[in-house]
Design a binder for this molecule. Structure first.
Ligand SMILES: Cc1cc2nc3c(=O)[nH]c(=O)nc-3n(C[C@H](O)[C@H](O)[C@H](O)COP(=O)(O)OP(=O)(O)OC[C@H]3O[C@@H](n4cnc5c(N)ncnc54)[C@H](O)[C@@H]3O)c2cc1C
Length: 285
């Protein structure tokens, strides 16, 4: 690979943001997407701003029931975190099914979000948790729901001089189940065919929160909001779960590709949604 760019290795967010304010500057985290793109000449930045030494961007904090993870936090950090194990089991499940160990050690949460891939495995869990994303630049800071960050296929609401600083969410209530299932052609190192994440809370025999996020079945990862609305406020009977799973499949817009047909993907949205919501209902009694 010919190096046609400069590389800077700042040690603070402030320094990184000043560098990113320059034309043609791009942040580099684990490089597991970006380096592949550079080699294929899909992107030709003038300056790479490595985040490797920006310690303040990496870490997991739990405060007042809110979990906050730095954008530079790696998949391995997530999988090994006791706080994530209880506050977001779906993220651990996604991390365990993510690539192989070497990629997990490098790949970061912000890189997964910013890559814009419809098959990005950390995104359905984060959407099912109602996560917010906080962006910073030399112009200031803004926070938005992660669901609003994704605009279209590989297009997001971030500006070229902005960094994803943190991703945060309120810990789900006690009587909630949060889970993710990645369907792929192998258990490791395989691109997702269909990914479904759910958060289901039940109080007094009724569903008080339903979140269903779908990966690899539309140009962006999306929430099946009509299906969620069918479940909320009701007792989760098998017939209702079946109808909501059918609705979730109807909200997906998959394509045929070398891994699976659109029809199979749509069918698996229904199967996985039904399975995860049924398991949650059983666990919560
Ligand atoms: C062999 C292999 C297997 C893989 N398997 C999987 C898998 O199973 N599941 C999956 O989801 N993905 C997989 N990937 C894709 C990739 O590993 C992930 O998308 C990863 O999370 C990207 O993170 P990164 O830190 O490497 O990002 P980078 O490659 O460094 O960057 C990716 C993009 O994010 C931007 N970026 C990085 N950090 C920030 C920030 N803080 N703020 C704003 N923008 C930022 C970069 O500028 C770039 O545009 C795989 C990749 C490889 C090579």
């Amino acid at each position: 690979m010919d190096a046609r760019f400069d590389l800077e290795m700042p040690e603070s967010c402030e320094e990184a943001l000043t560098l990113l304010a320059q034309d043609g500057a791009v942040p580099l985290a684990g490089g597991t997407d970006l380096i592949v793109d550079l080699r294929a000449r899909r992107r030709e930045p003038r300056l790479l701003v490595s985040l490797d030494r920006v310690a303040e961007l990496r870490g997991i904090a739990a405060k007042n029931g809110r979990i906050e993870i730095g954008g530079r936090t790696t998949v391995t950090d997530l999988v090994r975190s006791p706080a994530i194990a209880t506050a977001a089991p779906s993220l651990v499940q996604a991390g365990m099914a993510f690539a192989g160990q070497m990629v997990r050690n490098a790949a970061t949460v912000a890189g997964n979000i910013a890559s814009g891939s419809p098959a990005a495995d950390l995104v359905p869990p984060l959407l099912s948790l109602d996560a917010d994303v906080t962006l910073i630049s030399t112009r200031g800071e803004r926070t938005m729901p992660l669901a609003a960050f994704f605009i279209d296929y590989r297009k997001n609401a971030g500006q070229s001089d902005e960094l994803i600083r943190t991703i945060s969410w309120q810990r789900p209530p006690e009587r909630a189940v949060n889970a993710f299932y990645k369907l792929a052609r192998r258990k490791g190192d395989a691109i997702t065919v269909t990914g479904v994440a759910v958060t289901v809370a039940i109080e007094g025999g009724r569903c008080t929160r339903a979140r269903i996020a779908l990966g690899a079945v539309a140009p962006t990862i999306l929430r099946a909001q009509q299906a969620e609305a069918m479940l909320e406020g009701k007792a989760l009977t098998p017939a209702l779960i079946e109808a909501a799973a059918h609705e979730a499949a109807g909200q997906s817009r998959p394509i045929d590709d070398i891994r699976a047909s659109a029809e199979y993907r749509r069918h698996m949205v229904k199967v996985l949604t039904r399975r995860l919501v049924s398991q949650a209902a059983e666990r919560l009694g």
